[in-house]
Design a protein around this ligand. Structure first.
Ligand code: ADP
Ligand code: MG
Ligand code: ZN
Length: 474
Protein backbone atom coordinates (compact mmCIF):
# COMPACT_ATOMS: atom_id res chain seq x y z
CA UNK A 1 0.00 0.00 0.00
CA UNK A 2 1.13 3.56 -0.76
CA UNK A 3 1.11 5.99 2.18
CA UNK A 4 1.09 9.75 2.03
CA UNK A 5 2.93 11.70 4.75
CA UNK A 6 1.09 14.56 6.47
CA UNK A 7 3.29 17.03 8.30
CA UNK A 8 2.60 20.08 10.47
CA UNK A 9 5.28 22.19 12.16
CA UNK A 10 5.28 24.13 15.40
CA UNK A 11 7.97 26.79 15.63
CA UNK A 12 9.00 28.58 18.80
CA UNK A 13 10.82 31.80 18.05
CA UNK A 14 12.44 33.82 20.78
CA UNK A 15 11.70 37.52 20.38
CA UNK A 16 14.55 40.02 20.39
CA UNK A 17 13.34 42.15 23.26
CA UNK A 18 15.80 43.53 25.82
CA UNK A 19 13.62 42.43 28.73
CA UNK A 20 11.35 39.49 29.52
CA UNK A 21 7.67 39.28 28.69
CA UNK A 22 6.18 39.91 32.16
CA UNK A 23 9.03 41.49 34.18
CA UNK A 24 11.98 43.81 33.65
CA UNK A 25 14.72 41.14 33.76
CA UNK A 26 17.27 41.08 30.96
CA UNK A 27 16.98 38.44 28.23
CA UNK A 28 20.72 38.40 27.55
CA UNK A 29 22.05 34.94 26.66
CA UNK A 30 25.05 33.40 28.38
CA UNK A 31 24.79 35.09 31.80
CA UNK A 32 25.71 33.10 34.96
CA UNK A 33 22.82 30.85 36.03
CA UNK A 34 19.94 32.75 37.65
CA UNK A 35 21.59 36.16 37.13
CA UNK A 36 18.60 37.32 35.05
CA UNK A 37 15.84 36.62 37.55
CA UNK A 38 13.47 38.44 39.90
CA UNK A 39 10.48 37.51 42.08
CA UNK A 40 8.14 37.67 39.06
CA UNK A 41 9.95 35.25 36.76
CA UNK A 42 10.92 32.92 39.59
CA UNK A 43 7.23 32.64 40.47
CA UNK A 44 7.26 34.00 44.00
CA UNK A 45 3.83 34.21 45.65
CA UNK A 46 1.98 37.49 45.37
CA UNK A 47 3.79 38.89 42.35
CA UNK A 48 1.94 40.18 39.28
CA UNK A 49 2.90 40.00 35.60
CA UNK A 50 3.01 43.18 33.48
CA UNK A 51 2.95 42.64 29.71
CA UNK A 52 5.93 43.96 27.71
CA UNK A 53 4.52 46.16 24.92
CA UNK A 54 7.42 45.36 22.57
CA UNK A 55 6.48 41.67 22.62
CA UNK A 56 3.05 42.53 21.24
CA UNK A 57 4.53 44.79 18.55
CA UNK A 58 6.86 41.97 17.45
CA UNK A 59 3.99 39.47 17.38
CA UNK A 60 1.95 41.86 15.20
CA UNK A 61 4.93 42.19 12.86
CA UNK A 62 5.21 38.40 12.54
CA UNK A 63 1.48 38.15 11.94
CA UNK A 64 1.57 40.74 9.15
CA UNK A 65 4.56 39.05 7.52
CA UNK A 66 2.71 35.73 7.39
CA UNK A 67 -0.62 37.09 6.11
CA UNK A 68 -2.42 36.33 9.36
CA UNK A 69 -5.67 37.86 10.53
CA UNK A 70 -4.93 39.80 13.72
CA UNK A 71 -7.36 39.44 16.59
CA UNK A 72 -8.03 42.86 18.10
CA UNK A 73 -8.87 41.10 21.32
CA UNK A 74 -6.74 38.24 22.52
CA UNK A 75 -6.18 36.61 25.88
CA UNK A 76 -3.50 35.03 27.99
CA UNK A 77 -4.15 31.61 29.46
CA UNK A 78 -2.41 29.43 31.95
CA UNK A 79 -1.11 26.12 30.65
CA UNK A 80 -0.69 23.95 33.73
CA UNK A 81 1.99 21.33 34.05
CA UNK A 82 4.70 20.37 36.48
CA UNK A 83 8.39 20.46 35.70
CA UNK A 84 11.34 21.68 37.80
CA UNK A 85 12.19 24.38 35.25
CA UNK A 86 8.70 25.89 35.63
CA UNK A 87 8.50 27.33 39.15
CA UNK A 88 4.94 28.71 38.85
CA UNK A 89 3.54 25.32 37.86
CA UNK A 90 2.02 26.88 34.75
CA UNK A 91 3.21 28.63 31.62
CA UNK A 92 1.47 31.83 30.52
CA UNK A 93 0.47 31.28 26.91
CA UNK A 94 -2.47 32.06 24.62
CA UNK A 95 -4.96 29.31 23.94
CA UNK A 96 -8.56 30.05 22.98
CA UNK A 97 -7.90 33.55 21.61
CA UNK A 98 -4.40 33.91 20.14
CA UNK A 99 -3.14 37.21 18.75
CA UNK A 100 -3.23 36.00 15.14
CA UNK A 101 -4.76 33.23 12.99
CA UNK A 102 -5.41 32.01 9.44
CA UNK A 103 -2.24 33.03 7.65
CA UNK A 104 0.01 31.34 5.13
CA UNK A 105 3.54 31.18 3.85
CA UNK A 106 4.34 30.76 0.15
CA UNK A 107 7.07 28.19 -0.48
CA UNK A 108 8.68 26.77 -3.60
CA UNK A 109 9.92 23.26 -4.11
CA UNK A 110 9.28 21.89 -7.61
CA UNK A 111 6.23 24.15 -7.81
CA UNK A 112 4.94 27.03 -5.66
CA UNK A 113 2.66 26.13 -2.79
CA UNK A 114 0.99 27.85 0.15
CA UNK A 115 1.40 26.37 3.62
CA UNK A 116 -1.40 27.46 5.95
CA UNK A 117 -0.55 29.01 9.28
CA UNK A 118 -3.11 28.04 11.87
CA UNK A 119 -2.12 30.55 14.52
CA UNK A 120 0.53 32.67 16.13
CA UNK A 121 0.47 33.14 19.86
CA UNK A 122 2.67 34.77 22.48
CA UNK A 123 4.01 32.90 25.49
CA UNK A 124 6.78 32.80 28.04
CA UNK A 125 9.70 30.38 27.87
CA UNK A 126 10.53 27.96 30.69
CA UNK A 127 13.89 27.62 32.45
CA UNK A 128 16.59 25.08 31.86
CA UNK A 129 17.86 22.06 33.77
CA UNK A 130 21.59 21.47 33.91
CA UNK A 131 22.40 17.85 34.58
CA UNK A 132 25.54 16.91 36.45
CA UNK A 133 25.69 13.11 36.28
CA UNK A 134 29.12 12.95 37.94
CA UNK A 135 27.62 14.24 41.15
CA UNK A 136 24.21 12.70 40.52
CA UNK A 137 22.40 16.00 40.64
CA UNK A 138 20.54 18.42 38.44
CA UNK A 139 20.45 22.18 38.77
CA UNK A 140 17.90 24.74 37.66
CA UNK A 141 18.75 27.88 35.71
CA UNK A 142 15.83 30.30 35.46
CA UNK A 143 17.49 32.89 33.19
CA UNK A 144 15.30 31.79 30.30
CA UNK A 145 12.11 31.70 32.37
CA UNK A 146 9.83 34.45 31.09
CA UNK A 147 11.79 35.14 27.94
CA UNK A 148 9.21 36.02 25.25
CA UNK A 149 8.36 33.57 22.50
CA UNK A 150 5.93 33.42 19.67
CA UNK A 151 4.71 30.02 18.61
CA UNK A 152 3.85 29.71 14.94
CA UNK A 153 1.72 26.65 14.20
CA UNK A 154 1.35 25.44 10.63
CA UNK A 155 -1.58 23.60 9.14
CA UNK A 156 -0.84 19.94 8.29
CA UNK A 157 -0.23 21.04 4.67
CA UNK A 158 3.35 19.80 4.31
CA UNK A 159 3.88 16.52 2.45
CA UNK A 160 7.63 15.85 2.25
CA UNK A 161 10.75 16.35 4.39
CA UNK A 162 12.02 18.68 1.67
CA UNK A 163 8.91 20.89 1.90
CA UNK A 164 9.32 20.99 5.67
CA UNK A 165 12.91 22.20 5.24
CA UNK A 166 11.93 24.84 2.69
CA UNK A 167 9.05 26.10 4.87
CA UNK A 168 11.29 26.36 7.92
CA UNK A 169 14.09 28.14 6.12
CA UNK A 170 11.59 30.61 4.68
CA UNK A 171 9.99 31.26 8.06
CA UNK A 172 13.42 31.65 9.64
CA UNK A 173 14.44 34.10 6.95
CA UNK A 174 11.24 36.16 7.35
CA UNK A 175 11.62 36.45 11.12
CA UNK A 176 15.13 37.75 10.61
CA UNK A 177 14.05 40.14 7.85
CA UNK A 178 11.47 41.70 10.16
CA UNK A 179 14.08 41.69 12.91
CA UNK A 180 11.98 40.10 15.64
CA UNK A 181 14.16 37.01 16.23
CA UNK A 182 17.91 36.47 15.94
CA UNK A 183 17.28 33.00 14.50
CA UNK A 184 20.14 31.38 16.37
CA UNK A 185 19.26 27.69 16.37
CA UNK A 186 22.18 26.61 18.54
CA UNK A 187 21.16 28.99 21.32
CA UNK A 188 17.56 27.82 20.91
CA UNK A 189 16.17 31.12 19.59
CA UNK A 190 14.42 29.24 16.79
CA UNK A 191 13.11 25.77 17.66
CA UNK A 192 10.90 23.41 15.76
CA UNK A 193 8.69 20.44 16.64
CA UNK A 194 7.47 18.32 13.75
CA UNK A 195 4.15 16.44 13.73
CA UNK A 196 3.93 13.60 11.28
CA UNK A 197 1.40 10.98 10.33
CA UNK A 198 0.75 8.72 7.35
CA UNK A 199 -2.48 7.96 5.56
CA UNK A 200 -3.26 5.56 2.72
CA UNK A 201 -2.92 7.45 -0.58
CA UNK A 202 -6.30 8.89 -1.51
CA UNK A 203 -7.74 8.79 2.02
CA UNK A 204 -9.11 12.06 3.40
CA UNK A 205 -8.82 11.49 7.15
CA UNK A 206 -5.46 11.96 8.78
CA UNK A 207 -3.72 9.10 10.52
CA UNK A 208 -2.37 9.14 14.07
CA UNK A 209 0.59 11.47 14.45
CA UNK A 210 3.83 11.40 16.34
CA UNK A 211 5.40 14.64 17.54
CA UNK A 212 9.17 14.91 17.06
CA UNK A 213 11.30 17.01 19.38
CA UNK A 214 14.95 17.99 19.68
CA UNK A 215 15.33 19.06 16.07
CA UNK A 216 18.03 21.68 16.38
CA UNK A 217 18.98 22.24 12.76
CA UNK A 218 17.22 22.39 9.39
CA UNK A 219 19.05 19.24 8.31
CA UNK A 220 17.94 17.39 11.43
CA UNK A 221 14.30 18.34 10.83
CA UNK A 222 14.47 16.80 7.35
CA UNK A 223 16.36 13.73 8.54
CA UNK A 224 14.04 13.11 11.49
CA UNK A 225 10.93 13.38 9.33
CA UNK A 226 12.42 11.01 6.73
CA UNK A 227 13.26 8.51 9.45
CA UNK A 228 9.79 8.81 10.93
CA UNK A 229 8.13 8.24 7.53
CA UNK A 230 10.10 5.01 7.22
CA UNK A 231 9.32 3.93 10.76
CA UNK A 232 5.58 4.59 10.49
CA UNK A 233 5.43 2.92 7.08
CA UNK A 234 6.96 -0.19 8.62
CA UNK A 235 4.54 -0.10 11.58
CA UNK A 236 1.54 0.16 9.26
CA UNK A 237 2.79 -2.42 6.78
CA UNK A 238 3.20 -4.89 9.61
CA UNK A 239 -0.50 -4.35 10.36
CA UNK A 240 0.19 -2.44 13.59
CA UNK A 241 -0.95 1.03 14.62
CA UNK A 242 1.02 4.21 15.10
CA UNK A 243 0.77 5.43 18.70
CA UNK A 244 0.16 9.10 19.41
CA UNK A 245 3.31 10.04 21.26
CA UNK A 246 6.20 12.44 21.59
CA UNK A 247 9.44 11.11 20.13
CA UNK A 248 12.95 12.42 20.56
CA UNK A 249 15.37 12.75 17.63
CA UNK A 250 18.79 11.36 18.39
CA UNK A 251 21.22 13.01 15.94
CA UNK A 252 24.08 10.65 16.84
CA UNK A 253 22.03 7.53 16.06
CA UNK A 254 19.96 9.12 13.28
CA UNK A 255 16.70 7.81 14.71
CA UNK A 256 13.77 8.81 16.89
CA UNK A 257 12.88 7.11 20.15
CA UNK A 258 9.71 7.26 22.19
CA UNK A 259 9.85 9.87 24.96
CA UNK A 260 6.33 9.93 26.40
CA UNK A 261 2.69 9.48 25.46
CA UNK A 262 1.38 12.64 23.86
CA UNK A 263 -0.69 14.76 26.20
CA UNK A 264 -4.00 16.21 25.00
CA UNK A 265 -4.95 19.87 25.34
CA UNK A 266 -7.42 19.08 28.15
CA UNK A 267 -4.58 17.63 30.22
CA UNK A 268 -3.23 21.16 30.63
CA UNK A 269 -6.40 22.58 32.22
CA UNK A 270 -6.03 25.80 30.25
CA UNK A 271 -7.91 28.76 31.75
CA UNK A 272 -7.68 32.56 31.31
CA UNK A 273 -4.95 34.05 33.48
CA UNK A 274 -6.79 36.12 36.10
CA UNK A 275 -3.71 38.33 36.59
CA UNK A 276 -3.73 39.63 33.02
CA UNK A 277 -6.49 41.64 31.36
CA UNK A 278 -7.54 40.79 27.81
CA UNK A 279 -5.20 42.36 25.28
CA UNK A 280 -7.03 44.92 23.14
CA UNK A 281 -5.20 46.29 20.08
CA UNK A 282 -6.28 49.61 18.67
CA UNK A 283 -6.07 50.24 14.91
CA UNK A 284 -3.32 52.78 15.34
CA UNK A 285 -1.01 50.24 16.93
CA UNK A 286 -1.47 47.83 14.03
CA UNK A 287 -1.14 50.62 11.45
CA UNK A 288 2.05 51.90 13.05
CA UNK A 289 3.57 48.43 12.83
CA UNK A 290 2.36 48.13 9.25
CA UNK A 291 4.09 51.38 8.29
CA UNK A 292 7.27 50.13 9.87
CA UNK A 293 7.32 46.80 7.97
CA UNK A 294 10.53 46.27 6.00
CA UNK A 295 10.69 44.75 2.53
CA UNK A 296 10.06 40.99 2.77
CA UNK A 297 12.02 38.27 0.89
CA UNK A 298 9.49 37.85 -1.94
CA UNK A 299 9.25 41.61 -2.49
CA UNK A 300 13.01 41.98 -2.44
CA UNK A 301 13.37 39.12 -4.89
CA UNK A 302 11.03 40.73 -7.39
CA UNK A 303 12.72 44.13 -6.94
CA UNK A 304 16.12 42.53 -7.60
CA UNK A 305 14.90 41.11 -10.90
CA UNK A 306 13.53 44.51 -11.96
CA UNK A 307 16.07 46.93 -10.53
CA UNK A 308 19.23 44.91 -11.19
CA UNK A 309 17.89 42.82 -14.08
CA UNK A 310 18.90 39.61 -12.31
CA UNK A 311 17.57 36.21 -13.30
CA UNK A 312 14.76 35.12 -10.97
CA UNK A 313 16.81 32.21 -9.65
CA UNK A 314 19.72 34.51 -8.77
CA UNK A 315 17.37 36.96 -7.09
CA UNK A 316 15.91 34.09 -5.07
CA UNK A 317 19.33 32.92 -3.89
CA UNK A 318 20.48 36.45 -3.07
CA UNK A 319 17.38 37.25 -1.01
CA UNK A 320 17.33 33.95 0.88
CA UNK A 321 18.73 35.74 3.92
CA UNK A 322 18.71 39.40 4.87
CA UNK A 323 22.48 39.34 5.45
CA UNK A 324 23.16 37.98 1.97
CA UNK A 325 20.75 40.45 0.35
CA UNK A 326 22.41 43.35 2.16
CA UNK A 327 25.89 42.09 1.26
CA UNK A 328 24.91 41.91 -2.40
CA UNK A 329 23.33 45.37 -2.48
CA UNK A 330 26.26 46.96 -0.71
CA UNK A 331 28.66 45.27 -3.14
CA UNK A 332 26.62 46.20 -6.20
CA UNK A 333 25.94 49.83 -5.26
CA UNK A 334 29.09 51.43 -6.74
CA UNK A 335 29.25 49.05 -9.73
CA UNK A 336 27.78 49.57 -13.16
CA UNK A 337 27.56 45.86 -13.83
CA UNK A 338 25.12 44.48 -11.21
CA UNK A 339 25.31 40.99 -12.68
CA UNK A 340 29.04 40.96 -12.07
CA UNK A 341 28.27 41.55 -8.38
CA UNK A 342 25.56 38.87 -8.36
CA UNK A 343 27.83 36.27 -9.97
CA UNK A 344 30.77 36.95 -7.70
CA UNK A 345 28.66 36.93 -4.55
CA UNK A 346 26.95 33.68 -5.52
CA UNK A 347 30.00 31.78 -6.70
CA UNK A 348 33.19 33.15 -5.19
CA UNK A 349 31.89 34.51 -1.90
CA UNK A 350 29.34 31.77 -1.13
CA UNK A 351 31.85 29.14 -2.29
CA UNK A 352 34.39 30.42 0.22
CA UNK A 353 31.81 30.54 3.05
CA UNK A 354 30.69 27.00 2.23
CA UNK A 355 34.17 25.58 2.17
CA UNK A 356 34.99 27.24 5.48
CA UNK A 357 31.61 26.29 6.96
CA UNK A 358 30.92 29.83 8.18
CA UNK A 359 28.03 32.26 7.83
CA UNK A 360 28.10 35.50 5.90
CA UNK A 361 28.28 37.58 9.08
CA UNK A 362 31.50 35.71 9.90
CA UNK A 363 32.99 36.36 6.46
CA UNK A 364 36.58 37.62 6.65
CA UNK A 365 35.85 39.70 3.53
CA UNK A 366 33.22 42.41 4.10
CA UNK A 367 31.06 43.99 1.40
CA UNK A 368 33.03 47.26 0.96
CA UNK A 369 36.29 45.39 0.31
CA UNK A 370 34.56 42.88 -1.94
CA UNK A 371 33.04 45.73 -3.90
CA UNK A 372 36.47 47.38 -4.31
CA UNK A 373 37.77 44.14 -5.79
CA UNK A 374 34.96 44.01 -8.33
CA UNK A 375 35.42 47.70 -9.17
CA UNK A 376 38.98 46.87 -10.19
CA UNK A 377 37.64 44.26 -12.60
CA UNK A 378 35.10 46.72 -13.93
CA UNK A 379 37.77 49.42 -14.38
CA UNK A 380 39.94 46.85 -16.17
CA UNK A 381 42.70 47.24 -13.59
CA UNK A 382 42.80 43.49 -13.10
CA UNK A 383 41.29 40.59 -14.99
CA UNK A 384 39.01 37.93 -13.56
CA UNK A 385 41.72 35.36 -12.94
CA UNK A 386 43.90 37.87 -11.11
CA UNK A 387 40.84 38.90 -9.09
CA UNK A 388 40.44 35.30 -7.90
CA UNK A 389 44.03 35.36 -6.67
CA UNK A 390 43.44 38.69 -4.93
CA UNK A 391 40.27 37.36 -3.31
CA UNK A 392 42.08 34.32 -1.91
CA UNK A 393 44.71 36.61 -0.48
CA UNK A 394 42.02 38.87 1.03
CA UNK A 395 40.51 35.87 2.80
CA UNK A 396 43.90 34.84 4.18
CA UNK A 397 45.53 38.16 5.05
CA UNK A 398 42.51 40.47 5.49
CA UNK A 399 44.45 43.06 3.45
CA UNK A 400 42.59 45.42 1.13
CA UNK A 401 42.48 44.47 -2.55
CA UNK A 402 44.41 47.52 -3.80
CA UNK A 403 47.49 46.77 -1.75
CA UNK A 404 47.40 43.09 -2.71
CA UNK A 405 47.29 44.03 -6.40
CA UNK A 406 50.28 46.33 -5.92
CA UNK A 407 52.28 43.86 -3.86
CA UNK A 408 51.70 40.97 -6.24
CA UNK A 409 51.96 43.24 -9.28
CA UNK A 410 48.71 41.93 -10.70
CA UNK A 411 47.65 45.03 -12.64
CA UNK A 412 46.14 43.99 -15.88
CA UNK A 413 48.21 44.66 -18.98
CA UNK A 414 45.87 46.42 -21.35
CA UNK A 415 48.32 48.68 -23.12
CA UNK A 416 47.60 48.09 -26.80
CA UNK A 417 51.16 48.43 -28.14
CA UNK A 418 52.71 46.44 -25.31
CA UNK A 419 50.29 43.59 -25.97
CA UNK A 420 50.75 43.84 -29.71
CA UNK A 421 54.50 43.27 -29.33
CA UNK A 422 53.84 40.22 -27.21
CA UNK A 423 51.34 38.78 -29.67
CA UNK A 424 53.86 39.28 -32.45
CA UNK A 425 56.56 37.53 -30.36
CA UNK A 426 54.34 34.53 -29.74
CA UNK A 427 53.56 34.24 -33.43
CA UNK A 428 57.22 34.45 -34.41
CA UNK A 429 58.21 31.92 -31.78
CA UNK A 430 55.66 29.30 -32.93
CA UNK A 431 55.74 29.06 -36.72
CA UNK A 432 54.52 25.42 -36.85
CA UNK A 433 51.43 26.17 -34.81
CA UNK A 434 50.71 29.24 -36.89
CA UNK A 435 50.84 27.14 -40.04
CA UNK A 436 48.60 24.45 -38.55
CA UNK A 437 46.17 27.11 -37.41
CA UNK A 438 46.02 28.65 -40.86
CA UNK A 439 45.40 25.18 -42.30
CA UNK A 440 42.23 24.90 -40.22
CA UNK A 441 43.34 23.71 -36.79
CA UNK A 442 41.48 26.60 -35.14
CA UNK A 443 41.55 24.87 -31.77
CA UNK A 444 45.12 26.19 -31.51
CA UNK A 445 43.72 29.61 -30.71
CA UNK A 446 43.69 28.80 -27.03
CA UNK A 447 47.31 27.65 -27.32
CA UNK A 448 48.31 31.15 -28.44
CA UNK A 449 46.16 32.72 -25.74
CA UNK A 450 47.87 30.52 -23.18
CA UNK A 451 51.33 31.57 -24.36
CA UNK A 452 50.49 35.25 -24.03
CA UNK A 453 48.93 34.77 -20.61
CA UNK A 454 52.09 32.97 -19.57
CA UNK A 455 54.24 35.87 -20.72
CA UNK A 456 52.11 38.31 -18.74
CA UNK A 457 51.68 35.96 -15.78
CA UNK A 458 47.93 35.93 -16.39
CA UNK A 459 47.62 39.67 -16.42
CA UNK A 460 46.79 40.39 -20.06
CA UNK A 461 43.39 41.79 -20.87
CA UNK A 462 41.85 38.74 -22.57
CA UNK A 463 39.52 40.80 -24.77
CA UNK A 464 42.29 42.88 -26.27
CA UNK A 465 44.53 39.85 -26.78
CA UNK A 466 41.75 37.96 -28.54
CA UNK A 467 41.22 40.83 -30.92
CA UNK A 468 44.93 41.24 -31.64
CA UNK A 469 45.46 37.52 -32.18
CA UNK A 470 42.52 37.26 -34.55
CA UNK A 471 43.89 40.09 -36.66
CA UNK A 472 47.42 38.69 -36.79
CA UNK A 473 46.32 35.15 -37.61
CA UNK A 474 43.98 36.09 -40.42
P1 ADP B 1 -0.25 20.29 20.11
O1 ADP B 1 0.86 19.55 19.41
O2 ADP B 1 0.31 21.25 21.08
O3 ADP B 1 -1.29 19.41 20.63
P2 ADP B 1 -1.96 21.18 17.85
O4 ADP B 1 -3.12 20.29 18.08
O5 ADP B 1 -2.26 22.61 17.53
O6 ADP B 1 -0.92 21.27 19.03
O7 ADP B 1 -1.18 20.56 16.59
C1 ADP B 1 0.14 20.81 16.40
C2 ADP B 1 0.59 20.53 14.98
O8 ADP B 1 0.26 19.23 14.58
C3 ADP B 1 0.05 21.46 13.92
O9 ADP B 1 1.15 21.96 13.20
C4 ADP B 1 -0.83 20.59 13.07
O10 ADP B 1 -0.77 21.01 11.72
C5 ADP B 1 -0.19 19.24 13.23
N1 ADP B 1 -1.09 18.10 13.08
C6 ADP B 1 -2.29 17.94 13.62
N2 ADP B 1 -2.79 16.73 13.28
C7 ADP B 1 -1.86 16.12 12.51
C8 ADP B 1 -1.78 14.84 11.87
N3 ADP B 1 -2.75 13.93 11.96
N4 ADP B 1 -0.66 14.56 11.17
C9 ADP B 1 0.33 15.44 11.10
N5 ADP B 1 0.32 16.64 11.66
C10 ADP B 1 -0.77 16.99 12.38
MG1 MG C 1 2.72 20.15 19.77
ZN1 ZN D 1 12.22 38.65 36.21
Amino acid sequence: MQFEPVIGLEVHAQLKTKTKIFCGCSTEFGKPPNANTCPVCTGMPGVLPVLNRQVVTFAIKAALATHCKINKESRFDRKNYFYPDLPKGYQISQYALPIAEHGYLGIETSSPKKIGITRIHMEEDAGKLIHDPARARSMVDLNRTGVPLIEIVSEPDIRTPKEAGVYLRKLHSILKYIDVCDGNMEEGSFRCDANISLRPAGQKEFGTRAELKNLNSFKNVEKAISYEIERQTYVLEEGNQVIQETRLWDPSKNKTTSMRGKEEAHDYRYFPDPDLVPLILDDKWIQDVEKDMPELPDEKRSRFTKEYKLADYDAKVLTSSIELANFFEETAAPLKDKKLAANWVMTTLLGMLNSKGITISESPVKAPAFSKLLQMIEDKKINASAAKTVFEEMVESLKNPESIVKEKRLEQVSDQSELETMVQDVITENPDEVLAYKNGKTKLFSFFMGRIMKKTRGKADPKIVTQLLKNKLK
